[in-house]
Design a protein around this ligand. Structure first.
Ligand code: NAD
Ligand code: TYD
Length: 349
């Protein structure tokens, strides 16, 4: 089986690529990535020489190029993760999100349609999406696969659009497709613009910890390797045309996570208890900030038997250990464009 994985040099994509390359030596894995600020081949150093792995540098919005690689390699299946993925950036530059997430997905679907139209047997377009397409919850209830779409940021609106395109190509053209909508991920190799790695990095460098609004917003956190395991299960056992929600049943208020990270970091860095928490700084809230996300992953458990493999406490310990042991990685990914982004995002808050 020849599998095209898009966005495989990013955070979640690199974990998916590693899992598939190691677990399925009989599959040929092609990682297509444009290597934007968020993509980094250092994430895949340990598997880059595997005989069943190849890297292709390219942009999913480049239709001629995408058609060329489909023609050249004859992919049987696609796992599509390439995207612009950060809500705050989508507030600064919404058009980048429309281009990559909407147009890029359409270009990939068109190629699948063109090259699979005569024989869709065994083919699959697996689209990796987010729970943010469902909108924002109050303090009650959960997102299920039946929750109506109600995206509220340019990021979630662009992901919702891409989900709709995947369903439309499945329904209209018979492209075999599955979609999964996952809650917030955390773990190694996450770009330090997202809450958990940003806080870890700032604690290491004694920088202010910017908590938006009152820190009362709630997210449902899942360890990235458990997300990759869920993708593996859905890829092999999911039903074409279906959607699966993935989540950790692990809801946390932002401020509570920041305090927990401060405690863990004080211990690891041998600082007096309470030292890192002094860095907490409440800043202007995010525009249109969704209050709460929480996933009901009951369908995935009941139909395909997936449950998370570790607790949040275990996952957070190992994540902090990874960032402490890999400060060179963080220095590298934050050395260029990140500095301008950070100033634009945080200096006026
Ligand atoms: P990321 O930003 O870390 O990685 C995105 C990758 O896509 C990068 O390697 C980047 O270089 C690549 N890319 C961007 N634009 C491209 C283009 N035009 N052509 C080719 N490659 C391009 O993102 P992530 O957090 O790993 O998320 C991966 C996917 O999972 C996204 O589709 C995202 O919407 C979804 N998702 C993320 C989360 C989360 O918590 N991070 C949760 C649920 C779903
Ligand atoms: P983030 O990691 O950006 O994920 P998402 O917005 O996709 O859920 O943010 C998680 C939560 O943390 C969200 O409620 C916004 C908040 N947040 C802060 O309070 N400060 C920060 O510096 C960042 C990046 C996020």
């Amino acid at each position: 089986m020849k599998i095209l994985i898009t966005g495989g040099a990013g955070f979640i994509g690199s974990h998916v690529v590693r899992l598939f390359v190691r677990k399925y030596p009989e599959y040929q894995i092609f990682n297509l990535d444009a290597l934007t600020y968020a993509g980094n081949l250092e994430n895949l150093k340990d598997i880059e020489r595997s005989p069943n792995y190849s890297f292709i540098k390219g942009d999913i919005t480049d239709e001629d190029f995408i058609q060329q690689i489909f023609a050249g390699h004859g992919f049987d299946r696609v796992i599509h993760l390439a995207a612009e993925s950060h809500v705050d950036r989508s507030i600064h530059s919404p058009m980048d999100f429309v281009r990559t997430n909407v147009l890029g997905t359409a270009v990939l679907l068109n190629a699948a349609r063109k090259f699979w139209k005569d024989n869709a047997e065994g083919k699959l377009f697996y689209h990796v999406s987010t729970d943010e397409v469902y909108g924002s919850l109050t303090d009650k209830g959960f997102f299920t696969e039946e929750t109506p779409y109600d995206p509220r940021s340019p990021y979630s609106a662009s992901k919702a659009s891409s989900d709709h395109l995947v369903r439309a190509y499945n329904h209209t053209f018979g492209i075999p497709a599955v979609i999964s909508n996952c809650s917030n991920n955390y773990g190694s190799n996450q770009f330090p613009e997202k809450l958990i790695p940003l806080m870890i990095n700032n604690i290491i460098h004694n920088k202010p910890l910017p908590v938006y609004g009152k820190g009362a917003n709630v997210r449902d956190w899942l360890w990235v390797e458990d997300h990759a395991r869920a993708i593996d299960v859905i890829f092999h056992k999911g039903k074409s045309g279906d959607t699966y929600n993935i989540g950790g049943h692990n809801e946390w208020k932002n401020i509570d996570i920041v305090h927990l990270l401060c405690q863990i970091m004080d211990r690891k860095l041998k600082r007096t208890e309470g030292t890192s928490a002094l860095l907490i700084t409440y800043v202007k809230d995010r525009a249109g900030h969704d209050f709460r996300y929480a996933i009901d992953a009951g369908k995935l458990k009941a139909e395909l038997g997936w449950v998370p493999s570790i607790t949040f406490e275990e996952g957070l310990e190992s994540t902090v250990d990874w960032y402490l042991a890999n400060q060179e990685w963080t220095n590298h990914v934050t050395s260029g464009e990140y500095q301008q982004y950070y100033t634009a995002q945080y200096s006026k808050r």
